[in-house]
Design a protein around this ligand. Structure first.
Ligand code: MEV
Length: 303
């Protein structure tokens, strides 16, 4: 058992494929520079958690349970968490904290785990809590960078994208992912859901090719189309639509909501020279620009 370990894991942004990825279709996700930090320290006879972001405590607790069940380790530690970003943004603080907790436990108890094992236990953790989800956020926290991902981690393919000029805007509303996913299924006829998800799948496949070529114009168009389909499903909001429209009118290659919709964030793919103008346009319609960069490193030991 080690005395103390500190680990961090990145948040995420869904680039394309939101919702469809829950239903056996691919998505593209990028890890972001804002990270969640977990520190684990020896404390004989205890399992204590100090997590100021209340929402995340359940993810820490469940990650600990899943780890203990698998590796049959005992108590004797305190876990403290902190985050570079608010859990209100929908940037994946829950998945990041679960993954950072798992790696910290594996180092603390000297139980070697591969990245795939960390992904599997992390995905189990979120399913135990939410009952639903594709696991794309878990993959971003584990592997980092920009990833082509298929439901449940059936495919996790790093795309080797080196540069991704994104602007991120928060809509000011916190959305609940599990509720959004469940409501979409309840309220949408099966045929419509399947047809739209098939179209989104096609968009993701085409965007993968264009992203690899660095063709931002084409990728932006595909993002616009993806947003239109998500609006058709009813998961966008007036504010998100306005923010995306403002970004496009100010010169973005494309813009879309990112994640479950109902609030949280939108993203815009932007020409470097026009970035500031696009940020101001998003703010003018009530968005809050969040300064994060994409393509960040996955979970790592800090000390
Ligand atoms: C939520 O950020 C993204 C969804 O596709 C849910 C998921 O993939 O788990 C809506």
């Amino acid at each position: 058992m080690k005395e103390q370990v500190e680990v961090s894991a990145p948040g995420k942004l869904m680039l394309l494929g939101d919702h469809a990825v829950v239903y056996n279709r691919p998505c593209i996700v990028t890890a972001v520079s804002a990270r969640v930090w977990v520190m684990i320290e020896k404390k004989p006879g205890h399992v204590a958690i100090e997590a100021p972001q209340v929402k995340n405590v359940r993810f820490v607790e469940e990650a600990i349970s899943v780890f203990k069940r698998k590796y049959r380790v005992g108590d004797g530690f305190i876990i403290k968490t902190k985050s570079d970003f608010s859990c209100r943004y929908g940037l994946g603080s829950s998945s990041a904290v679960a993954i950072a907790t798992l790696l910290s436990l594996s180092r603390f108890f000297k139980q070697a785990m591969s990245l795939r094992e960390i992904f599997n236990l992390g995905y189990q953790t979120t399913l135990n809590i939410q009952g639903i989800g594709s696991g794309f956020d878990i993959a971003a926290a584990v592997y980092g960078k920009t990833i082509y991902f298929l439901t449940g981690g059936k495919v996790i393919e790093p795309l080797g994208v080196s540069h991704l000029p994104l602007v991120v805007g928060y809509s000011g509303v916190k959305a609940d992912t599990a509720t959004m996913v469940k409501n979409l299924r309840l309220n949408t006829p099966h045929g419509k859901l399947t047809a739209i998800f098939d179209s989104i799948q096609e968009i993701v496949e085409r965007a993968k090719t264009e992203l690899l070529k660095g063709n931002w114009e084409k990728t932006g168009e595909l993002m616009n189309e993806n947003h239109r389909l998500l609006s058709e499903l009813g998961v966008s909001t007036n504010r998100l639509d306005k923010m995306c429209q403002a970004a496009r009118e100010a010169g973005a290659y494309g813009a879309k909501l990112s994640g479950a919709g109902g609030g949280d964030c939108m993203i815009a793919l932007v020409p470097e020279v026009g970035r500031e103008k696009i940020e101001r346009a998003i703010e003018r319609v009530g968005g809050v620009v969040i300064k994060v960069s994409p393509n960040a490193e996955g979970v790592r030991i800090e000390s």
